[in-house]
Design a protein around this ligand. Structure first.
Ligand code: MN
Length: 381
């Protein structure tokens, strides 16, 4: 069998630069989606692919070894160069040999297989929302609009060591493999992707139509698409540059990086670790605090303020001295009178009600019970 390739990367309609990158180095095909301020994302995705391509050309190790080397290269650059500190990249790559595609994957770019009328996602997104879907916390629908849908749990270059997903996929003639960045899958549905792939026989046309559809849906991110057709025959056909398929040659003459002393680097690394932990803890507190406040706003009770019956929002408790409620309305009903009634002995501890309206009803009840009690007392001899 032979492979025919279509490829296109596009900045999209919103981003200023294209931080995606791809490599077509038969039998190696890869996409990378970089992230990190300023030029960080661009540097990360290109450096990662450049490292993989160089190692592949030199025949050094397996594809996963090459990806781990790319991780170390991006991490080293990120640690050494303040301008690209904290950068990272996804990487999804396939090496086709014989009748097998060997896939490696880190991040939220994806590989799909179109076979016999079905489109199957081969890779697993290393994202927070994907984990939340798996634990049943949210649905796929909710994930698509989740505010943290871009949070990656794994990416190249952010840690000195990385776990790389690997799998072998047996290929059949007529199969179509798709490698793409989330600028495609974040904009159009899998049904739309499948419809375009099925309606477009030429792989380069398919890549172009997919990018066009993502842009048509908003193009809020960089979009990169590689379409690999598995065809009968022996020749591995290189992509045709006249049709937009470009072989990404590794950038010549990478910028010279001055390496700080090992000790300084370790110190910096420890400092970064500590900072990450502190930020994580602060975020967790902020999230918990926001959730608690939102919940407290839904709680109501009737209690005592300044020796008068009052309506509170929150719960009648305090945590480490922090009041979890506040007075919304103080009535003119003396607390002592209400507490003397048969049903309101617990007023000082707070009587829980479901809504603000229920609180008003409860206050009205106290008022009318008091009047009744007075009338009864007046009528008594
Ligand atoms: Mn992206």
């Amino acid at each position: 069998m032979r492979i025919e390739v279509g490829v296109l990367t596009d900045v999209g309609h919103v981003r200023e630069g294209n931080e995606d990158a791809f490599a077509i180095e038969p039998p190696l095909y890869a996409v990378a989606d970089g992230m990190g301020g300023h030029r960080g994302g661009e540097v990360a995705s290109q450096l990662a692919l450049q490292t993989v391509v160089e190692r592949a050309r030199a025949g050094e190790g397996t594809l996963a070894d090459q990806v781990r080397a790319a991780n170390r290269a991006v991490f080293a650059r990120s640690s050494a160069d303040r301008k690209v500190m904290g950068m990272g990249t996804t990487l999804t790559a396939a090496v086709v040999s014989g009748e097998t595609a060997h896939l490696v994957h880190v991040g939220d770019s994806r590989a799909y297989l179109l076979r016999a009328g079905a489109l199957r996602q081969l890779t697993d997104d290393h994202t927070l929302v994907n984990r939340m879907i798996k634990t049943g916390e949210i649905t796929e629908r909710e994930a698509a609009i989740h505010p943290h849908r871009n949070v990656l749990l794994r990416s190249l270059g952010t840690d000195p060591e990385i776990a790389v997903d690997e799998q072998d996929v047996g290929l059949l003639e007529g199969d179509r493999l798709l490698l793409c960045s989330d600028g495609l899958t974040g904009m159009i549905t899998e049904d739309q992707i499948q419809a375009i792939l099925e309606a477009t026989p030429q792989p380069q046309d398919a890549a172009e139509r997919l990018v066009k559809a993502a842009n048509g849906a908003g193009g809020v991110d960089n979009i990169t698409v590689i379409v690999l057709d598995v065809l009968p025959g022996d020749d591995v056909e290189p992509p045709d540059p006249s049709r937009g398929g470009v072989t990404a040659a590794p950038a010549a003459g990478a910028p010279v990086v001055t390496e700080p002393s090992e000790e300084r680097r370790m110190r910096k690394r420890r400092w970064v670790r500590a900072a990450v932990i502190v930020v994580g803890v602060l975020l967790a507190i902020a999230v918990a605090d926001t959730a608690l406040r939102a919940w407290l706003e839904t709680r109501w009770y009737v209690g005592v303020a300044n020796e008068h019956v009052a309506i509170y929002q929150g719960i009648p408790a305090d945590v480490f001295g922090f009041q979890l409620s506040h007075v919304v309305e103080q009535t003119d009903i003396p607390a002592a009178d209400a507490i003397a009634l048969p049903f309101y002995a617990g007023l000082r501890q707070g009587i829980n009600v479901d809504t603000r309206h229920d609180a008003d009803v409860r206050v009205q009840q106290i008022r009318s019970d008091l009047q009744k009690a007075k009338r009864t007392a007046g009528a008594a001899p």
